[in-house]
Design a protein around this ligand. Structure first.
Ligand code: IVH
Length: 732
């Protein structure tokens, strides 16, 4: 079967997404259609923001995202390529578990253009903003597709690294940035007293491919592109995990600087970056006037594939800082800079077949087998289809003509089907039927997108045991992947309950164990029987039940049997209206347990094999009861805390851990039942509420004093706290 191969540079997504191109949707503020569209776009963008920023797992390409955002901005009254005030900028990367830090100078975003005409409009606008005769001296550099970061250097030493966040306040990622080997923690030579240096954290294509290959082998879902993997890595709560994945950084600008006149131009600042031996952008071109800037953009487009970082455009900026000040900025974008985005390269080809790949843990991933096509310098013959839902959503069928694109220039993806070219009689792809045809006995667990083989593979068994024994579960010392592997290989343990039946002699029969190490493992197993209930709940490996949810469940149900017997109504309740009628809405009874988690728990406990596992663990003597949040006789036993504001010394997660370990409980909202509110910097409405209700307010030092058992008397109240110097922490 031969096929015509076609290459397209721009694809009109507007039709596929079912909305009008921006030039046809002239805003009509009275129109309910427009209002509905704005609402729908906001919801859609918010969903994609969560997928992109928080889950590092986007469903659409950046190009498609930009198109949606542009449409919204247009409807809100902006002009394409020149987003007026009131337009919306991309989302917020802040995540739970990180201290929040305010940038001294806000981190602005960049407006995008895609075509020469839009670039010309940027130049015209800039000329109008500058005094007549002011030269348009630009610098042109790559737009790095990474995660924006602001590094504070004080007296030449790196003291803090913060993500962009919402532009004003970001997440403190100092510890994770400390793992980037190529970033010096001290500047060489003269440095300003204090400077916020701005740049992007990224991952090289090679590292991205390495990690994805590992994930593929382990049957885990793949990351879509290096940017998302870098973002996910920066947001790992454990810096030791971050260190295992190699991150890089590249710097291009600065925010706050003391003294303020340290640099008169970006080119002077760039030269300083080089002097300080910091990683600066490798393409940095001065360009006088719009034509020279356009030439530099083209030159960059030709060279960008050789850069180590993923580049999706060029950034054109006025070089002179006084000229930048004259041009000014909206609250979101500077008028003196623009991102010229390169259109993603796409190609059309025929999808020969959809094959199903089985990963080592039994996860089944569909793959598009394509007629080979040239794309961004390589020949592409396979593309990921992610999962069954993705195939259904895009209605991808075998034999279809499809448009493929390289996301972040790396993994080819099927963007869409060219429906007009579909041959009559091509049937929709039936994922379940194909599994049966291939003799794959698989299930799709409730609430999951992935189909998995029913019988666990050896790798799955090893992972399951290692999870059970890990620090955040039953914390069995010296029990890692290697020990789990040895036990599975020898047939001594297939399921966690088997661990408790292993004898010393059996262990001594394995290469891994000698007399002492066998004794150590046996006593570690004994100790694990007395762990807190939440650890056991987490160890069971119920899908969607992470450590925090396990703690909330333990606190609520108090005994494992109550959790195992719980029905939907024990997790969520229907809201009842004033007149007793049932409302459509529901609320959680257990903190953090939404519909998906509730269903997942019920499904898990309804499986006979899981029930059998629970019974065997009971027989082995594991602890099945107690709130298990630290000792009941702890210094904070029975006390409820609410944490608010930025806790700069401890950080939220650590504060929570310490409180729980001392028998206390952390709640999300302040009520008369709250015993203490711990307020950090910039505490907001929760602090106000505490004061209103007369709930004692502590600062971090006060909390530490309570934890140390010094009693409330030593805990400082807010007023005193404010007069204190902040607690200094050693960062490096
Ligand atoms: S300048 C006020 N230069 O792209 C100027 N930003 O889409 C704003 N980015 O928020 C930053 N490469 O995170 C600048 N060479 C570069 C960049 C760059 C990537 C990021 C930055 C910004 C985002 C806007």
């Amino acid at each position: 079967m031969s096929s015509k191969i076609f290459t397209v540079k721009y694809v009109d997504f507007t039709l596929r997404l079912g909305y009008l191109p921006y030039f046809m949707s002239i805003p009509d503020s009275q129109s309910s259609v427009t209002v509905a569209r704005i609402t729908a776009l906001r919801a859609e963008l918010a969903r994609h923001d969560v997928l992109y920023y928080l889950q590092a797992n986007p469903e659409i390409t950046d190009f498609q995202y930009d198109q949606l955002r542009r449409e919204l901005n247009t409807l809100l009254g902006g002009l394409p390529g020149a987003v007026a005030a009131g337009g919306e900028t991309p989302g917020d990367d802040r995540a739970e578990g990180f201290a929040k830090v305010q940038h001294r100078a806000p981190m602005l975003s960049l407006d995008n253009v895609y075509h020469p005409g839009e670039f010309a409009a940027f130049i015209t606008r800039l000329q109008k903003l500058l005094p007549p005769g002011e030269p348009l001296d630009f610098v042109v550099e790559p737009k790095i597709d990474g995660l924006a970061v602001s590094l504070t250097y004080e007296h030449g030493r790196l003291t803090r690294a913060v993500t962009r966040g919402n532009g004003a306040v970001g997440d403190d990622i100092t510890r994770n940035v400390g793992t980037i080997a190529s970033l010096p923690s001290a500047l060489e030579g003269d440095a300003p007293e204090r400077i916020e240096i701005r740049g992007e954290i990224y991952m090289t294509n090679a590292e991205f491919l390495r990690i994805n290959a590992e994930r593929e082998a382990a049957g885990l879902p793949l990351y879509a592109n290096p940017r998302n993997l870098a973002a996910g890595t920066v947001k790992l709560l454990n810096p030791a995990e971050t260190a295992v994945r190699k991150l890089e950084i590249v710097l291009y600008g600065f925010g706050f600087c003391e003294p303020a006149d340290a640099f008169a131009s970006l080119s002077a600042f760039h030269a300083a970056l080089v002097r300080w031996k910091l990683p600066a952008v490798e393409f940095f071109k001065k360009a006088s006037g719009a034509d020279a800037a356009r030439d530099a953009i083209e030159q960059l487009d030709r060279l960008r594939r050789d850069f180590t970082y993923p580049t999706d455009g060029a950034v054109v900026k006025l070089d002179s800082l006084p000229a930048q000040a004259l041009a000014g900025a909206t609250s979101k974008f500077p008028h003196w800079a623009i991102a010229y985005k390169f259109a993603p390269e796409q190609a059309g080809t025929r999808l020969r077949a959809i094959t199903l790949q089985v990963g080592r843990t039994g996860a089944i991933t569909p793959v598009a087998e394509l007629e080979p096509v040239e794309l961004a310098g390589t020949t592409v013959s396979r593309a990921t289809l992610h999962n069954a839902d993705e195939i259904a959503r895009k209605d991808i069928r075998e034999g279809d003509f499809v448009v493929v694109e390289k996301a972040g220039e790396i993994i080819p993806q099927v963007v869409r089907v060219v429906a007009e070219k579909r041959d009559a009689g091509i049937a929709p792809f039936d994922f379940a039927a194909r599994l049966t045809e291939l003799g794959l006995d698989a299930v799709r667990p409730e609430g999951e997108v992935v189909w998995r083989l029913k019988t666990p593979t050896r790798e799955q068994q090893i992972r399951r045991l290692a999870h059970f024994a890990s620090k955040q579960c039953l914390d069995i010392e010296n029990f890692g992947q290697a020990v789990a592997g040895a036990l599975v290989e020898a047939g001594l343990a297939n399921r966690p309950c088997d661990l408790y039946g292993v004898s010393k002699n059996q262990l001594l029969g394995l290469d891994k164990f000698a007399d002492k190490s066998a004794d150590n493992l046996l006593s570690a197993l004994e100790a694990s029987k007395r762990r807190e209930l939440w650890r056991l709940i987490h160890a069971l490996g119920i899908p969607n039940v992470g450590m925090q949810t396990a703690k909330d469940l333990a606190r609520h149900f108090k005994v494992l049997d109550a959790l195992a017997a719980a029905g939907y109504g024990d997790f969520r309740r229907r809201l009842v209206g004033k007149k007793g009628q049932e409302l459509k809405d529901e609320e959680s009874i257990v903190n953090g347990v939404g519909v998906v988690v509730a269903q997942s728990i019920i499904t898990w406990f309804s499986d006979p094999e899981h029930r059998d596992l629970v019974e065997k663990l009971r027989t082995a003597g594991l602890n099945f009861s107690g709130e298990g949040m630290g000792s009941a006789a702890g210094a904070l036993a029975g006390k409820t805390f609410v944490l608010t504001g930025t806790l700069s010394a401890l950080g939220r997660e650590e504060a929570r851990e310490k409180i729980e370990a001392a028998g206390g409980r952390v709640s999300g909202s302040v009520s008369a039942k709250t015993d203490y509110v711990v307020a950090g910097e910039e505490a907001g409405s929760k602090l106000t509420k505490a004061v209103e209700l007369g709930v004692p307010v502590l600062d971090e030092a006060g909390l530490l004093a309570l934890l140390a058992g010094e009693g409330e008397g030593k805990g400082e109240r807010r007023e005193e706290a404010e007069r204190r110097k902040p607690v200094q922490t050693e960062l490096f």
